[in-house]
Design a protein around this ligand. Structure first.
Ligand code: DP6
Length: 321
């Protein structure tokens, strides 16, 4: 039995649209920061005694598209290892209860690493990133710690993530702001599929995101928080603009999402270096320097309360336990 741990990541330049949905090849490169707070532990064993794969997540049997994706990863591993045995998989997500931050990124990165090793394969991180990508696009980045670049590529072998800066030795962290919602969630998979098909803003989004890859990399290497944050916030707003342009139109924003975005903008006008990013949901992540955490926590708590806030630091890549 092999156990791997992978942390979730937040995209500073987002992946939003598949060029090839079988292989999960994105339209544009993306850049992320792996976080220390939220992670998944996954144990895998291949056993002659099993008739079929047994996969559980948080002690419940996995079903639906999650199951299909997990089997896809296991089948790729079996193919590479030339084995035909079924696998037993236990996966546990370590995210604050009902945080709404559970991520397929940490889950599939941990599954890729644990299943490859359990099957006797010795894969380097690039090969693990390619494998994890078949479970969920964003998982390709969670193989690495710190700042990570996923190259869109043009085929299976050229679409992988690599490290930009694995040890983050400068002052950057983020505050996750949980926003409660009873709205039915549009999954990232469905949301991006809809904008690719119907949003006239989609081509402009791809072009703008791709153009920001070099400046974002430079901002990271220069440890330039203001530049990094500005690029990240612009990128997130452009991604969400594609949803407003879709047919039918949709948005992940909730009233409190907009309230947080405004507060962050106002504080920035007052000289605080803070920047927002939002994924396929209502929650906001505020990128800032540690020195401003207290001030930001106080201001953000006025909108969502203290319990909805947590601080995340840069986190490590996948490890074996
Ligand atoms: C908005 O990786 O969850 O978080 O490949 O369909 O599983 P699938 O999508 P997923 O999409 C993540 C979208 C995003 C941006 C990002 O993480 O880059």
């Amino acid at each position: 039995m092999i156990t791997a741990r992978a942390h979730t990541n937040i995209a500073l330049l987002k992946y939003w649209g598949k060029k090839d949905s079988e292989l999960i090849l994105p339209y544009n490169d993306s850049i992320s920061l792996t976080l220390d707070q939220f992670y998944t532990d996954t144990s895998v064993e291949f056993s002659q005694h099993l008739k079929k794969d047994e996969i559980s997540v948080d002690e419940k049997p996995l079903t639906g598209s999650g199951l299909t994706r997990a089997k896809r990863v296991l089948d790729l591993v079996r193919g590479q290892a030339q084995i035909h045995t079924a696998a037993r998989v236990y996966s546990t997500n370590h995210v604050p209860t009902s945080a709404g931050l559970a991520s397929s990124a940490s889950a599939f990165a941990a599954l890729a690493a644990a299943s490859a090793k359990a099957a006797g394969l010795t894969l380097d991180k690039r090969a693990l990133s390619i494998l994890a990508r078949h479970g969920s696009g964003s998982a390709s980045r969670s193989i690495f710690g710190g700042f990570v670049h996923w190259h869109a590529g043009t085929d299976n072998q050229s679409s992988y993530a690599e490290s930009i800066q694995s040890k983050v030795d400068w002052d950057i962290n983020l505050i996750t702001v949980l926003i409660n919602t009873n709205e039915k969630k549009v999954s990232s998979t469905n949301g991006m599929q809809s904008v690719v098909k119907t949003s006239p803003f989609f081509p402009a989004w791809v072009k703008a995101a791709q153009a920001d890859v070099a400046p974002m990399t430079e901002a990271i290497l220069n440890k330039n928080l203001a530049k990094l944050g500005t690029l990240a916030e612009e990128n997130a707003m452009r991604m969400h603009a594609t949803t407003f342009g879709a047919d039918p139109s949709f948005t992940y924003f909730q009233p409190q999402t907009l309230a947080i975005l405004n507060t962050v903008r106002n504080l920035r006008e007052q000289g605080v270096k803070c920047y927002s990013t939002v994924d396929a949901g209502p929650n906001v992540k505020v990128i800032c320097a540690k020195a401003d955490n207290e001030l930001l926590l106080t201001q953000l708590a006025k909108i969502v309360g203290h319990d909805a806030l947590s601080i995340c630091n840069p986190g490590p890549g996948v490890t074996y336990l």
